[in-house]
Design a protein around this ligand. Sequence first.
Ligand SMILES: Cc1cc2nc3c(=O)[nH]c(=O)nc-3n(C[C@H](O)[C@H](O)[C@H](O)COP(=O)(O)OP(=O)(O)OC[C@H]3O[C@@H](n4cnc5c(N)ncnc54)[C@H](O)[C@@H]3O)c2cc1C
Length: 257
Amino acid sequence: MNIYVLLKKTFDTEEKIAVSGGVIEDDGAEFIINPYDEYAVEEAINQRDAHGGEVTVVTVGDEDSEKQLRTALAMGADKAVLINTEDDLEDGDQFTTAKVLEAFFADKEADLILAGNVAIDEASGQVGPRLASSLGISYVTTVTSLKIDGETVNIEKDVEGDVEIIETSLPLLVTCQQGLNDPRYPSLPGIMKAKKKPLEELEIDDLDLDEDDVEAKTRTTDIFLPPEKEAGRVLEGDVQDQVKELISLLKNEAKVL
Ligand SMILES: Cc1cc2nc3c(=O)[nH]c(=O)nc-3n(C[C@H](O)[C@H](O)[C@H](O)COP(=O)(O)OP(=O)(O)OC[C@H]3O[C@@H](n4cnc5c(N)ncnc54)[C@H](O)[C@@H]3O)c2cc1C
């Protein structure tokens, strides 16, 4: 089975992100594999081990994305592809990313493509469904269980806490939700092996694309952090007076009564 994982590098969730002039400052920030993509890598490895074939991890990124690809290889993926847009594209959006991936998959025979449910930074959840749609294959989002039997695929999908049971067939793209599996940590032998596993680097030229083909359809005009929370207020004194004061505050300040 030809299994592919779409992998995005994101800020480490522990990072304190600074926003200045509508731009996220990422100088010196630590980057990790988007956490939902770790479920996708783990699932891809498990499906390969059960059904044979190989796992290829693909990212649209820059030179530094090699680190996250090597981590996926150390977890157990077989091959990695870095589509490096650094020198060719200054700007991009979900359309750009999906279009680049569409060109990459044009000559591939993918049986199963796994993506994350959302990227934790921009969280549009668009890239997987957009790609499946342009490749003309089925897709199911927020998957928490995936069972493949021949061409038939049985899926459990999270719907805001409820479970939807779906039957579909390969080829298929799924986006992975928390609960699908427990992603493994790369082992030391895995890390050593990953250094020698194939990592192909492509540019958009290699995919017969030029800048105009992938020009962003949207422009981010501003990004800002939520306003700082004001400190809470502790009422003091006699309980009867506190209750009266609370009612007055809810009525006159919060205006919720
Ligand atoms: C050339 C270029 C320049 C960009 N410039 C900017 C910029 O200046 N400012 C800015 O804010 N953003 C920029 N982006 C990022 C872009 O706006 C989105 O972050 C990106 O398209 C993914 O959208 P998302 O984060 O909403 O992912 P989602 O759609 O939420 O991601 C869902 C899943 O899709 C897959 N996926 C998402 N992104 C990638 C990827 N890059 N490679 C492989 N798989 C992926 C992963 O499996 C992920 O879990 C740029 C992108 C490109 C290609």
